[in-house]
Design a binder for this molecule. Structure first.
Ligand code: GUN
Ligand code: FE
Length: 436
């Protein structure tokens, strides 16, 4: 077990206390007591005076960001193959790359690059697809564990419509592989958790979905998958599941759609109102992945509707349909896409605000991990210190304006320190700080 740290950070502190409100405290103190946030104070209460104070000067301090949907093995081909829609893209670029993770030497090399990138970013939490390979998935989990990031990792399940070398033989073999993976990783990690990962309905037979539901019921482990990303995909699901009333209903009928089964569904671009009501009722989290939706010409998700209906929404990079690992970038993309939807598709759906985008990238997605993504009292202490001094400007800017510019202009170079559950896991220009 790691030592639980108590300390204070001083600087310009920004966080959400709801999806409509950004709290901005210039030159203030945020207190970490044994990994838990005790709140933000303009004057440091005397009971914390004995804590060490780390003065961040004029830097901004924000909660760690959550990437609610990403694919570690696809990092290798980021920025490539952006000329196709989903189903062709999977067959042409994604499946051939994912096959390579049967080779552990390749897996180790490629996953190390992904983890190094994530470690230097403003992300403190991530929910990650690996591949269908048990051993390769364990390699990824080992690397993530040493990074100090808090993650969920899924061994992907897929027993139909894939390719030779990237498809499990049967539902039974696929279920046995999940059980082996869970058994071999159980109790192994402090920061890295398992998540059941049926790739999407076209990749998973009814029998496999039933096996996964059985395992979910036995273990209580959450589930992640893809939903309603592309019109051709949705049509295909209707053909594969003729007794379902919608794509969402196909997951619901399989018992893998919220309720007692904590669930994240990526994309949700083309949901109808009935599906949104089911998502809300079942407490399913939506991972909104705007950059991916642009690159694969999937469409523009109705995020304004999600928010107005009170659905839980976080942001995903969806590497490598999205080419950027940055969740700050995902906030900017969310705002930009929502403006296009408002202008082109539905003038009743107002664009997403900066406050809402920041909320989704912090507390919105963080909620999947519990009390994560804010500096309200009782939240787990994930914090990122951002140095915006290289983003020069001649005029005076408020802290809010500086945060806005960071959302649009920042990259890893602005990340100076990153704390996860009170542990300093990254310091710019230093090698990874080991977890004491
Ligand atoms: N649907 C099924 N698999 C995938 C994937 O790897 N990426 C995306 N964007 N959608 C998917
Ligand atoms: Fe995805």
């Amino acid at each position: 077990m790691q030592k639980k740290h108590s300390f204070v950070l001083k600087g310009n502190i920004c966080y959400s206390n709801s999806n409509k409100k950004l709290v901005i405290c210039k030159d203030s103190y945020v207190v970490c007591q044994e990994g838990i946030c005790k709140g933000v104070f303009r004057e440091l209460p005397s009971k914390y005076e004995t804590y060490s104070i780390k003065d961040m000067g004029d830097h901004l301090i924000i909660p760690g960001l959550t990437d609610l949907h990403t694919h570690a093995p696809q990092y290798a081909f980021r920025g490539l193959g952006m000329d196709l829609e989903l189903l062709e893209w999977l067959n042409t670029h994604t499946f051939p790359e994912e096959k390579k993770y049967a080779d552990l030497t390749y897996a180790k090399k490629a996953y190390q690059m992904f983890v190094d990138d994530l470690k230097k970013s403003a992300v403190s939490r991530a929910v990650i697809f690996a591949t269908m390979h048990v051993e390769g998935t364990k390699v990824l989990m080992d690397l993530l564990e040493t990074s100090g990031l808090e993650t969920y990792v899924g061994k992907v399940s897929m027993d139909r419509n894939a390719q030779e070398g990237l498809q499990e033989e049967s539902a039974e073999t696929a279920a046995a592989a999940i059980r082996q993976w869970l058994q071999e990783t159980e109790g192994h990690y402090e920061h890295t958790k398992a998540i059941l990962t049926p790739r999407f309905i076209p990749s998973c037979s009814d029998a496999l979905m039933a096996e996964i539901q059985k395992i979910q019921k036995e273990t209580g482990i959450p589930v992640q998958s893809h939903l309603s990303e592309n019109p051709g995909e949705i049509q295909w699901v209707q053909e594969l599941c003729p007794n379902s009333s919608s794509y969402s209903d196909a997951y619901y009928q399989a018992g893998l759609f919220g309720g007692t089964c904590p669930t994240i569904m990526a994309h949700c671009v083309w949901l109808n109102d009935e599906e949104m009501s089911l998502i809300k009722k079942q407490g399913v989290f939506i991972a909104h992945c705007p950059q991916s939706n642009i690159n694969l010409s999937s469409g523009i998700a109705p995020v304004r509707k999600f928010l107005d209906k009170g659905i839980s929404v976080g942001l995903g990079s969806d590497m490598a349909a999205g080419y950027s690992t940055s969740v700050l970038r995902a906030m900017a993309d969310t705002i930009q896409c929502s403006k296009l939807r408002w202008r082109l598709l539905d003038t009743d759906q107002k664009p997403v605000t900066l406050e809402e985008a920041f909320y989704m990238g912090t507390a919105g997605g963080g909620a999947f991990f519990g009390k994560v993504g804010s500096f309200l009292e009782g939240y787990e202490f994930d914090a990122v210190v951002l140095d915006d001094s290289a983003l020069v400007h001649p005029q005076e800017l408020s802290i809010r304006e500086r945060l806005e510019r960071l959302i649009y202009l920042a990259d890893d170079r602005q990340v100076k320190y990153k704390f996860v559950k009170g542990n300093l896991i990254y310091e710019k220009n230093k090698k990874l700080l080991t977890n004491e």
